[in-house]
Design a protein around this ligand. Structure first.
Ligand SMILES: C[S@@+](CC[C@H](N)C(=O)[O-])C[C@H]1O[C@@H](n2cnc3c(N)ncnc32)[C@H](O)[C@@H]1O
Length: 237
């Protein structure tokens, strides 16, 4: 899963014992060599799925990290893309990779934008928000969008219990629960706390009208069973 340019086990351990923000600051220079960066196949499938929903002028990448989602915005939006993240280290990497984009350091639960964007995307970050934090995240994204704007993000379909990913993600979440019970600061990252029905209910409560499409091109557990769905949450006009 990790290449030689990626973090060592020692570095990963120190990062995992830090807060989310500090952990990503430390990981930032090597983040693009980890499996945590959203793969190109998911980004490409997202561009394809969103192409018919435009036109989009201004785009926002929520929890942009080193800028994976900015590639999506640069393909779909007419104006400069904006990336927002709370990790200074990740923003530094993103700035180097996307010199034409605008970057803002902020907590995604309190975005400093009002009706500024036609499209907001977010990749690989939902697991960093506990269910209790999702209302603030979604209300914040809702405020950032113009009426009629779209908030789109991929979400994993539940893996079948016969897959190794099922056991890996459940094992990871259990480890994080134990870690967070005995260690401060917390590192919130759970794979299995963001089921689509719960996420959809929270989006509706924030005011969104929500649908989803299958991202078959991003991979399947078995034929006809896609690994990923793209959530499409529309701010009402
Ligand atoms: C797994 S990385 C994903 C980065 C990038 N979107 C990608 O797909 O490659 C998660 C990112 O979310 C950011 N993040 C987590 N919680 C956040 C919060 N409450 N506010 C802003 N950024 C946050 C982290 O700093 C990190 O850059």
């Amino acid at each position: 899963m990790f290449t030689r340019q990626g973090p060592t086990l020692g570095e990963l351990t120190v990062q995992a014992l830090s807060s989310v923000e500090r952990g990503y600051d430390l990981l930032a220079p090597k983040f693009d060599h980890t499996p945590f960066r959203t793969p190109g196949v998911v980004l490409d499938a997202t561009v394809e799925a969103l192409a018919g929903h435009g036109p989009f002028a201004d785009g926002l990448d929520v929890c942009c990290g080193t800028g994976a989602g900015l590639n999506v915005l640069e393909s779909l939006c007419d104006n400069r893309a904006t990336g927002v993240d709370f990790s200074t280290g990740m923003l530094t990497q993103a700035r180097d990779a996307h010199p034409d984009a605008t970057f803002v350091r902020a907590d995604a639960r309190a975005l400093p934008f009002t009706s500024g964007f036609d499209l907001a995307v977010s990749f690989g970050a939902l697991g960093h928000f506990l269910p209790a934090d999702r209302p603030a995240l979604f209300e914040s994204a809702y405020r950032a969008l113009r009426p009629g704007g779209l908030f789109a993000f991929p979400i994993e379909a539940p893996p079948p219990p016969t897959s190794s990913w099922f056991w890996l993600t459940h094992g990871f979440d259990l480890t994080m629960r134990v870690r967070n019970a005995v260690w401060r600061p917390q590192f919130v990252m759970y794979y299995r706390l963001s089921a689509l029905p719960d996420v959809t209910a929270d989006l509706s409560a924030a005011g969104f009208e929500t649908t989803s499409v299958e991202l078959t091109a991003a991979g399947e557990y078995r034929p006809g069973s896609p690994r990923c769905l793209l959530v499409l949450a529309h701010r009402r006009r």
